[in-house]
Each structure stands twice: as structure tokens, then as C-alpha cells.
Design a binder for this molecule. Sequence first.
Ligand code: DLZ
Length: 288
Amino acid sequence: MIKGMTLVAPVASGDAFDKLTSLFAALGFEPGKGWTDATGRGSAFLAPVGNLELITGRAPAVPPVLIEVTQLDAVFDIVLHWMQAHFRAEEVPTALTAVAATHWNSRLFTVTLAPNLQLGFWQSESVTHGRPIAIEGDLSASGRKFAIVVARWNAVITDRLLQGSIDALRRSGCSLADIEIVRVPGAWEIPSAARSLAETKRFAGIITLGVLLRGETAHYEAIYNEVSRGIGQSQQETGIPHAFGVLTCENLEQALDRAGLKAGNKGFEAAIAAIEMASIQQQIAEKK
Ligand code: DLZ
């Protein structure tokens, strides 16, 4: 059974070996198992994927060793700086080509690092190249209805979470008429309201917003566990995505940070998650 492929590149001297080893480390290769014996040294550099590509009909226009990367221009800069440090200035333009478009929807540059070591670095221009095909939700809320269940307890925070959620929905194309807001007394009441809304099947997603403050909430753990379990159960049993925007914080300051100050707005984030999940659910349903 095939396990892997190794290309062996002889290097002229120990000095060149050390320099190239440091370059490949700087480029981000995972170090493999090296060796040293009386005859010399070996240094292995691993890449996540290897291919052997057979071609016919034309001579290859690329070096025999092609390294696919994700940030070609950054890689080019690393190689260029290394060349400027280790080659004479007049050698660099012949050893290192500029980044150029290929005929296979990619960009490529080549570099001759040693007489027997010519490499091509390339990056595909196709965003889907090399990615497994996956269902991915989009962030369009246009034409979809969402419900927001928001607790009045700690309203100074939950109002900000609500504003964040509405902001995310509006920016994603949801009309105001398609947003239904239900205010409940406290976090404890969120699951039952969310469940009632989900069971109507009128909504693509439910966004739940509340704040539990550890310091001020008796039986904090018990309430939190029940609220999170209830929201999760409603999601699983109705099949409607429920975004969890119930903050659990040590104190008011921490909650404020998560409601639009230092740590983003969790109401906004919850709404975005609901929008994405609504899209995913629709795609899964359509595939069925
Ligand atoms: C009672 C209570 C307490 C102590 N703390 C909170 C809290 O930090 N956050 C919150 O949303 N609600 C709190 N509540 C209210 C309960 O969630 C619930 O509304 C009441 O117990 C009435 O059922």
C-alpha cells in the first residue's frame, strides 16, 4: 500500500544544506525525520499532500518539484529576502522568476536554490480548489423570518444584545416586518417562549438573548443548566435553529463588554449564527 512519496535533492555543501534547511523551516514546512551518518546528512520537509503527476503531449513548463501554497506573495517575499541574503545581487533575477499567471488558473514563481534544486511555488486562483465539497450556509436573511426571545432581567444589557441582533438581521437583508420580538421576564422563561415560537414553524431561526450574572443569581448553575438545556432541546425537537445568546457572566462589567463594548456584541453574533444555520437547514432540506 502506498504511504507517501519522497523526492531526494542532493545539496552541494554542508553550508548550503544548513542555509536551505533554515529557508524551508521559515517557509513553514513541517520538519520530518532527519539523519546524520559518516557520509553526510539528510533533512526531511513534509507537506500535507503529495501527488505524482504524469503528463503527455508537451514538455513540462514547470520545475519537477511544485509546492502548492496558500499565500504565494508572502512566500515569494520570504524566498526573495533569503536570496538577497545568500546570492550575489546579479544572480537573483535569473534564479528567481516573478510571480506570473499560468494557463491552469493559478499563479506561479520558480526559484533555483541550488544546481539540482529548482522549485516552483504556486497558488490556485480558484477559491474552491482543494477544498472538500461542503454544504455551507450563506449570510443572507432576505425573505426569511426570525424570532428573537429576549429577557427583561438585566435589560440594560439585553437591550444592547437585542439591538445587535436586529442590526445583524437588517444588514443581512431581513426586513423589519420579518423580525418578531418576544420579551420574557427572565432567562428562565426563554426556553418555553422559544419552543412555542419554533413550533409554529413560521421562523427560519430563533435567537435567544439573556444575561445571567453569577454574583447576583441564586442557584446560578441550576438556572443556567436548565435554560441552556431547554433551548437546546427546543432546537433538537423542533428542527428550527436556535442561536444561543444567553450570556453567563461574573459581573455587570463583563456582561457590558460582551454587549457591544470590548468583546463584540454577542447578540449580533447569535443572529449571524441563526442566519447561517437557517441557510444550512434549507440546503439540507432541499438535498433531501
Ligand atoms: C430570579 C433571577 C435572578 C436571581 N437572576 C437572573 C439573572 O441574572 N438573569 C435573568 O435573566 N433572570 C434572573 N432571574 C429571573 C428568572 O430568570 C425568572 O425570570 C424568575 O425566576 C421568574 O420565573
